[in-house]
Ligand binder design. Structure first.
Ligand code: ADP
Ligand code: MG
Length: 315
């Protein structure tokens, strides 16, 4: 499976991976990595979380929805040589399965992007109806074939980000603990509220991730404390430190796990994957122990998926 290089649909990924899994791991399926501010670690998080979740044997898809194509390049795929990409899938010209590229090393499937995606943004803006649901509809045929689908959003609250939030179950917000960070966060939370009431009422905040963190910086510690005061448990306990290996891995076209697996950056993203999996398991267990209402089959489903794998210690 790891040896596959190109245009890999999910069928081809798991037909040779042994018997089908009985217990699906408890994870939110579609997670948008979003923050309208640039340079906060969205792409770094999307690529490295994809690789870390894939390392726990989850089937992972990464959607590059940024015309800059940084997640594409960071996954080792040349954005100038794409046969089909996000723009074709978003506009309904190509089935998503046909545009996926297998990322190796990485262990996940990528929907790549390049600057052509800017044209999709413009086309979407001029559409009269259904322009917010294009991505959700495009992803639908493969939604169940993956344990988790991550979307790397552009640094703007534009139609591409709106499409991502409408397609998503939850939003993961990377942020740097800086002076203006909280202000930007309230704009994003406002957008999430709007999307919830207009188009996707079950959209949740997956968590707020502190990135490029330097514990020697007093302001960073202050902003971090304020974040926890406002958002409590929604702030991931895992903190991503500033780490040179994370910054240089994209120039090798690899997730950091395959660049320097012992680095603090690699370990931090593995820890994040572990935290997300544990959180989900706890939620599922809570649901399973709550008495089910008559006719409610949710408890049984939660029971079934309680048996998920967690991050292997050996990594
Ligand atoms: P965004 O996608 O939000 O614009 P990126 O993930 O591209 O942000 O990160 C911006 C820059 O910071 C990139 O050059 C990236 O390599 C670097 N970077 C991101 N996270 C870290 C980190 N934890 N430590 C060091 N450099 C980082
Ligand atoms: Mg980016």
């Amino acid at each position: 499976m790891r040896g596959m290089v190109h245009q890999a649909g999910p069928e081809s990924n798991f037909c040779d991976a042994g018997p089908p899994r009985v217990h699906s791991p408890p994870m939110k399926r579609v997670i948008a990595v979003a923050n309208q501010k640039g340079g906060v670690g969205k792409t770094t998080t999307a690529v490295n979380l994809a690789a870390s979740l894939a390392a726990t044997k989850r089937r992972v898809m990464l959607l590059d929805l940024d015309p800059q194509g940084n997640a594409t390049m960071g996954s080792g795929v040349d954005k100038s040589q794409l046969q089909s990409s996000s723009v074709d899938v978003l506009l309904g010209d190509v089935e998503i399965g046909a545009a996926l590229v297998r990322v190796d090393p990485g262990g996940f499937d990528l929907l790549p992007a390049n600057q052509d995606l800017t044209a999709a943004e413009v086309r979407l803006l001029t559409m009269m109806a259904g322009r917010e649901t294009k991505l959700r509809n495009a992803v639908a045929p493969l939604r169940e074939s993956y344990d988790v689908i991550l979307i790397d959003c552009p640094p703007a609250l534009n139609m591409l980000t709106v499409n991502s939030l409408v397609a998503a179950d939850s939003v993961l917000i990377p942020m740097q603990c800086e002076y203006y960070a909280l202000e930007g966060l309230s704009a994003l939370v406002g957008t999430i509220e709007q999307i919830r009431s207009a188009a996707n009422e079950s959209l949740e905040i997956e968590g707020i991730l502190r990135t490029m963190f330097d514990p020697r910086n007093n302001l960073a510690n202050e902003v971090s404390a304020q974040l926890i005061m406002h958002f409590g448990d929604k702030v991931f306990r895992t903190i991503i430190p500033r780490n040179i290996r994370l910054a240089e891995a994209p120039s090798f076209g690899k997730p950091v796990l395959f660049h320097d697996r012992e680095s603090r950056g690699a370990l931090a993203y593995l820890a994040l994957a572990g935290e997300m999996i544990r959180r989900e398991e706890e939620e599922q267990q809570q649901m399973a122990t709550q008495p089910a209402a008559p006719g409610d089959e949710g408890a049984e489903a939660a029971d079934e998926s309680g048996n998920a794998e967690v991050v292997p210690n050996s990594l």
